[in-house]
Design a binder for this molecule. Structure first.
Ligand SMILES: [Cu+2]
Length: 286
């Protein structure tokens, strides 16, 4: 009897937490305006107008997601989620592909266009899925970091892939923004209070290693998709490799506004101008 009650309760709990979601991600072509440059890019977004960065999708464990990927670009594209088997196949221009997915494990997953790798993902067709446990009430902030070389975007969209060893990026973004626009992005800009824990999800969707340096606070590594032996380390600088993600946690011990930036200082420039790029601040109130 007790077992039956537990099973019924289990179903009820699961029922009230997980949701059925219809998500329509549209692949669109557009341009991103950064320091002194207008770059041609491609992104995945639920918005029907072009967005400069692919959507950060935040779901709950066991959500039943009907995911339709619509290709409004003139090239074929694909869709893959790191760590999950998907079968979207090649999505022709003007076509779409749908799959039902249930992500039962909490965590961070990178999604990307698996065609013409790594160039389509580089153009912006790569994003972040965060599957949260329903009981997780911690405030999260998201840094989807990447970099661009203007000439590369033009070449790839023109149909020729540049040599990987020719890469010399001059634009650096967090969620598609460069500083100071990073500070007005509520998903990226950490705001909080002394004594209240927050977490930062960092995903490197670019092709360069970025090393994020925090002023004011130490954060500890809760998840690292590449180096599991770093878990629990508390420090102020975190290298993030291409395709790697980190989840960092912090309980701020003091109020203040402190910068965070890529320690590789070329990434704090844009088109050769300092200071912009991968820079933002953390604002902690008493
Ligand atoms: Cu610094």
């Amino acid at each position: 009897m007790r077992f039956i009650i537990l099973v019924v309760l289990g179903f009820l709990v699961q029922d009230t937490i997980a949701a059925t979601l219809d998500v329509r991600l549209v692949i669109q072509a557009g341009t991103i305006n950064l320091s002194g440059a207008t770059l041609d890019a491609r992104t995945f977004s639920q918005n029907t107008t072009f967005q400069p960065n692919s959507d950060i999708l935040i779901w709950t464990t066991n959500d039943d997601v009907n995911l339709r990927v619509v290709n409004l670009d003139s090239d074929p594209h694909g869709f893959e989620i790191d760590g999950y088997t998907t079968s979207f196949g090649t999505i022709a221009p003007g076509d779409s592909s749908e799959q039902n997915i249930v992500l039962s494990n909490a965590g961070v997953f990178r999604y990307f266009d698996n065609l013409n790798s790594p160039f389509n993902a580089y153009l912006g067709l790569s994003g972040v899925i965060h599957v949260k446990d329903a009981s997780d009430t911690t405030p999260y902030f998201y840094w989807d970091i990447r970099e661009y070389q203007e000439l590369w975007n033009a070449q790839i969209i023109g149909g020729s892939n540049p040599a990987l060893n020719s890469y010399d990026p001059e634009q650096f973004t967090i969620n598609g923004n460069h500083y100071p626009n990073t500070v007005t992005d509520p998903l990226a800009r950490v705001t909080g209070n002394v004594g209240n824990a927050f977490k930062v999800v960092v995903v490197n969707n670019g092709l360069s290693i970025h090393s994020l340096h925090f002023h004011g606070y130490h954060l500890s590594i809760e998840a690292d998709s590449k180096y599991s032996y770093t878990l629990g380390r508390s420090k102020d600088t975190f290298p993030v490799h291409p395709e790697e993600h980190l989840v960092l946690s912090c309980t701020p011990d003091k109020e203040g506004e402190y910068p965070v930036h890529d320690h590789n200082l070329v990434a704090v420039t844009g088109g050769g101008e300092y200071s912009t790029g991968m820079l933002l601040t953390i604002l902690i109130d008493p």
